[in-house]
Design a protein around this ligand. Structure first.
Ligand code: LMR
Length: 425
């Protein structure tokens, strides 16, 4: 055998050996997980080289120029932290920064809340809203293992979080496809038929992905049904102040449940309303009817935090704490919130006007009726695909668009593309 053939043979043997080793892996049964619908889309947008591309994927605020926005009040707080000689990088306590957690609860429940004066709440700082959801899921898995009712549709990560924690997820109807509004009847029926003592996940405001919120009368009916079935409410509050521009208005449902004496949990995120997306700043609060119970719940939430993150990240919490505890900064934050929510409302109006002008088939009132970061356009997966391929417009397959991705410079382009998709795809 020539030395050349020997070399080839040995290469082949090595290749065979490595293939064999690969298939012998103890992990060979691990299935490939599907990519995340939201962040995978956002990555596809980034990879697209078209100058016309439009990002309506992930819910993150953009300026009129399509740029991320550091809130001016956040920039001030950052300078303050940087110039403070006592700033350091020491650990926070397991439950997080107390000036932050206390201010978060006051923001949520209002300064005059009886829950606060009676100290019937337990709060831990979390890794943004997702971390708050996960901490709650982990708590339930051990101490309150009940099915959780989740709206259909809901935020892309809710099922993942609760099934990963071992909870049974039951969907309840939420969105009426005909009216593109709330399916209150379907929702109440599902609550009525649910296992008594279950958990229900409610979006405090600016429902993700539909942008459809119950009105106050509808919230009262939901509360009655939840009370009748002894269901534990769990609010996901990711848009306080961002939805209407008014932090009190956006917390109405939570405060209403508190006043009626419910026990409940709330996941709070400061990603959108402070623009602190990557800083992962959030909180999980339990409201109970008994101070002693609260102490025990807090001890368990801390135990979960210690096991999963040890203690939470500091930077975002310092910023939020500075702003919420300083009346001047807080007032400026309210202005910043109005800037963001008003720009989004403007985009809704402009999109609606363009679609009216184009006489795009269908009704489009829902674009201006819906609230918050997202609009559930009613476009289907085929139309979403068409928009991506022909126009380089990135929206999720369920027809959700992040309104913040629209600006005066691309809203006409988007409306014309939607018109084409509706007529021709
Ligand atoms: C979204 O829904 O786009 C955002 O809340 C980002 C996320 O974590 O999914």
């Amino acid at each position: 055998m020539s030395s050349n053939s020997k070399e080839r043979l040995s290469k082949l043997a090595n290749q065979l050996k490595s293939t064999k080793m690969g298939s012998a892996s103890v992990f060979s049964q691990v299935p490939l997980a599907p990519p995340d619908a939201i962040f995978h889309l956002s990555a596809s947008y980034k990879a697209d080289t078209s100058p016309q591309k439009v990002d309506l994927s992930v819910g993150a605020y953009r300026t009129e120029e399509g740029k991320p926005w550091i809130l001016p009040v956040v920039a001030k707080a950052e300078k303050h932290i940087l110039n403070d000689p006592s700033t350091n990088h020491e650990y926070l306590g397991i439950e997080g920064l107390s000036t932050f957690t206390e201010a978060s609860v006051r923001l949520l429940l209002g300064d005059d809340s009886a829950v606060i004066s009676e100290k019937r709440y337990a709060t831990v700082q979390t890794v943004s809203g997702t971390g708050a959801n996960s901490t709650f899921a982990a708590f339930c898995n051990v101490h309150f293992k009940k099915p959780i009712l989740v709206s259909n549709p809901t935020w892309g990560n809710h099922h993942n979080i609760f099934t990963s924690a071992g909870l049974k997820v039951v969907s309840y109807p939420y969105f009426n496809k005909e009216t593109r509004g709330l399916d209150l009847e379907g929702m109440l029926k599902a609550i009525h038929e649910a296992e008594s003592g279950s958990i229900i996940l409610l979006h405090a405001c600016a429902h993700n992905p539909t942008g459809v919120d119950p009105n106050q009368d509808e919230w009262k009916k939901i509360a009655d049904a939840v009370e009748a079935k002894k269901i534990l409410p769990f609010f996901d509050c990711a848009y306080q102040g961002f939805a209407s521009g008014d932090v009190n208005r956006d917390a109405w449902a939570i405060r209403y449940f508190a006043q009626r004496g419910f026990e409940f949990f709330v996941a709070q995120s400061f990603a959108k309303n402070f623009g602190l997306y990557g800083e992962r700043c959030g909180a999980l609060t339990a409201v109970t009817s008994d101070r002693e119970v609260t102490t025990k719940v807090l001890s368990q939430l801390k135990k979960i935090s210690r096991a999963t993150i040890s203690n939470p990240p500091k930077y975002g919490a310092q910023i939020v704490s500075l702003v919420l505890n300083n009346p001047e900064y807080k007032e400026e934050w309210f202005q910043n919130l109005r800037t963001m929510s008003e720009r989004i409302i403007q985009m809704r109006k402009q999109l609606y006007d363009h679609l009216q002008r184009l006489q795009t088939p269908g009704t489009w009132n829902h674009i201006i009726d819906q609230i918050g970061m997202f609009s559930f356009t009613g476009l289907n997966a085929k139309q979403a695909q068409f928009l991506k391929e022909k126009y380089h417009i990135f929206l999720t397959d369920n027809g959700r668009i992040s309104m913040a991705g629209l600006s005066p410079s691309n809203v006409k382009y988007f409306a014309e593309a939607v018109d084409d998709a509706v007529r021709n795809s």
